[in-house]
Design a protein around this ligand. Structure first.
Ligand code: CP
Length: 314
């Protein structure tokens, strides 16, 4: 077991052993989730505030379910009904939550660095649920968990991430996690959204979609993140779909056992053909389900939990 961190802020600073500890712990929690009684007392008496200042469906709800299953007391902060609307700063908001005895703050924010800022400012545990285009560490951990569960290993796999890489925190966290675990990562998309600077993260960069997916074991699709783009990055959505969307003709030229992933929300008919999203090769909903066990593992370890043995009693 390798884990001695107060926070989970990013994947970049984690070692391969730390990532593996999260995945092994999540495996034990997934077994717990399949029992009749899904709750464990690990966070009993601990208060968690889910501070989501940017929209979310999957991350917010799976964090809340994870916290319920760990027996935590939970407060869901609603940005639109808060004093942020009256001009209160993030720092003051968070310090007031700490004064109200929050032990954990799970933060999603549109600003890169928001989670690191809170970790420097507060004494609570801080978990990054997505900060701007920077990182989305629990998404990468649940993606790695899903790949390992389906393929048995991550080392040596060819993983292609296809789409809007430049503005994607999911891409950055996945690149860090997958390369640390020994996968060969290829990035593909329009040159405006997949600059060669990403090669410095240990990836192959290509703008040839057929070549990028031909030998892939995993094809991980990303949506176009219009909310983070300040200028037009390609001529039209229709042209993007034609040149880079995963359709049946393209899929037919891939390995028959390649699997399709997407962090959601999916723009059906844009980055992925709707039938492919619902096909047996799609892991999209498995990723969502695995998010609960992975977020249980993260909160358990950050709280000082000792790893899978403590859950299984082994
Ligand atoms: N994957 C993901 O972060 O989805 P949400 O924005 O719905 O949380």
């Amino acid at each position: 077991m390798t884990w001695n961190r107060k926070h989970l802020l990013d994947i970049e600073s984690l070692s391969a052993d730390e990532i593996t500890t999260v995945l092994d712990t999540a495996k034990a929690f997934k077994a717990v989730s399949q029992r009749a009684i899904k709750k464990v007392p690990a966070l009993r008496g601990r208060t968690v505030v889910n501070l989501f200042i940017e929209p979310s469906t999957r991350t917010r709800i799976s964090f809340e379910l994870a916290q319920q299953r760990l027996s935590a007391d939970i407060v869901n902060f609603t940005a639109d009904a808060s004093s942020l609307k009256k001009g209160e700063t993030l720092k003051d908001t968070a310090r007031n939550l700490e004064a109200l005895n929050a032990d954990f703050i799970v933060i999603r924010h549109s600003a890169a660095g928001a989670a690191h800022f809170l970790a420097r400012t507060l004494n609570t545990h801080v978990i990054n649920a997505g900060d701007g285009s920077h990182e989305h560490p629990t998404q990468a951990l649940l993606d790695a968990f899903t790949i390992r569960e389906r393929k048995g290993t991550i080392a040596g796999l060819n993983v292609t991430i296809l789409g809007d890489i430049l503005f994607s925190r999911v891409a950055r966290s996945n690149i860090w996690a997958l390369t640390k675990l020994g996968a060969k990562v290829t990035l593909c998309g329009p040159s405006t959204l997949v600059p060669r600077t990403f090669e410095a993260m240990g990836c192959r960069v290509t703008h040839d979609v057929d070549g990028a997916i031909r030998d892939a074991d995993i094809i991980h699709l990303l949506r176009i993140q219009h909310e983070r783009q300040r200028k037009t990055m390609f001529p039209s959505i229709g042209e993007y779909t034609q040149l880079f969307g995963l359709n049946k003709a393209r899929l037919a030229k891939t390995k028959p056992d390649s699997l399709i992933m997407h962090p959601g929300p999916v723009n059906r008919g844009v980055e992925i053909d709707s039938d492919i999203a619902d096909s047996v090769r799609s892991l999209i909903l498995e990723q969502v389900t695995n998010g609960i066990a992975v977020r249980m593992a993260v909160m358990f370890l950050v709280n000082g939990g000792k790893g899978a043995q403590e859950i299984t009693g082994g």
